[in-house]
Design a protein around this ligand. Sequence first.
Ligand code: FEO
Length: 396
Amino acid sequence: MKRQLCNDIYWVGALEWSKEFFHGHELSIRHGTSYNSYFIDDEKKVLIDLVRCSQHEDLFRHIEEHVKIEDLDILIINHAEPDHASSLPEILKRNPKLEIYVSRGGNISVTRHTPGVKQLNVVKTGDSINIGKRTLKFFEAQMLHWPDTMFTYCPEEKILFSADAFGQHFASSERFADEIDNKGLWYEAEKYFANILTLYSPQILRKIEEFQKLNWEVGIIAPAHGVCWRKNPAQIIEKYVEWASGKTSDSAVIIFDTIWGGTEKMARAIGRGLEENGISIKIFAAGAADLNNVMTEILSCKAIIVGCPTLNNGLMPTLMPFLEELRGLRFKNKIGAAFGTYGWSGECVKRIEEGLSNAQIELAADGFKCQFNPHEEDLQKCEELGREIAAKIKAG
Ligand code: FEO
C-alpha cells in the first residue's frame, strides 16, 4: 500500500473496507471508509489526527513503521468527533507527554470526549508552530463540519490537512484521487457534502472565502476521510462553493410510496410531463431507495415532487424520514409539489405540502390527488403537472 504523501510525510491511518453505515445508521456508505492520520517526520515527530478507537492498532502499527509511539512529540487534533479522536486515550496510555494542539472549539470537544485529558494547546487562525525544517499553520474552519474543525497547513510542502472537509467515505489502497476511478470518488464527495454539510452552506461559503484570502498555496489537500486531492486540488474547493451556493440544474427528483400502484402511476405520469419538456428526472420509491442517495440527487436538482397515498388520515410512514431529512438539511433554491391517491379522507397532499414548506421548499404548483385508482384523465392531469413544473424549472 502506498502511504507516502511527500518526503517525510506519511499516511498512517486505518481503513474499513466493508463498513456500510456511518453516524449510527444516518449515512450509508457503499465504498467503505478510511480514518486518515498523517505523520510528519521532522525534528519534532508530529501526528495529525487519529483514528476511530476500534482501529487504533492499525494506527499504531503504521506509526511504528517510522517512529515509536513513545517518541512522538506533537498531536494535532483538527476535529474531535470520535471517528478521529476516540483513540486519544489509547495513545496517551503509551505517550502521556504528547503535546496536543486543538482549536478553541476543540478545547471543548476534546475535553468532553476524553475526560482528564491535559496539556491542550489552543490555537486560532494565523497561529503557527515550528517543527524543525517545517512550519505548521492553523485555520479555524468552523462548520466544516463542526465548530471545533480546523485546518492545519504545511507551507514548505504546500499540504493542507483539512479534517472532514473535502473528504469522501472511500476505502482505497491508493492515496491520491488521480490514482483511482474518479466517478465513484466524486459521487462520494458529493454525497458527503449533500448529507453532512448542506445545512452549513452559508458558513461554508464565508469560510472558504476567508481561507482563500490567506493565499496559502495548496498542492495537496489531505482530508480525514478518503483519498487526497493532488491533481488540481482547487477543483474540490470549487465544487464545495458550487454545492454550497445552491446552484441547480434542469432536473427533478420524484419520490413516492404506493400501496396498490396508483401513486406510482401518477409519479411516472408526472415524470413524463417533465421529460417531454427537457427536464432530467430521477424517480425513487420511498422506503426502498437509499435516503442518502436521494439527498445526493436533490443537492443539485431544482424540483422535488413528492407523492403518497393517504394512510390513517396522514402519510405513509416511509415518507417521514425523507421529509425530516429534507427539513434538517435546508437545501436552497428548490421548488416542490405534492401528489397522491386516497380512498376516503385524502389528507396526503396537504401533509406533504406542510412537509415541503417546513423544509423551506417553495410550492410551485397546486398539489394533485385522485381517489383510488388514477384513470386516464387523472394521469393526463399528472402529465400536465409535470409540464407546469418543467416550465417553472426553465424559468429559473
Ligand atoms: Fe469524520 Fe466529523 O468526523
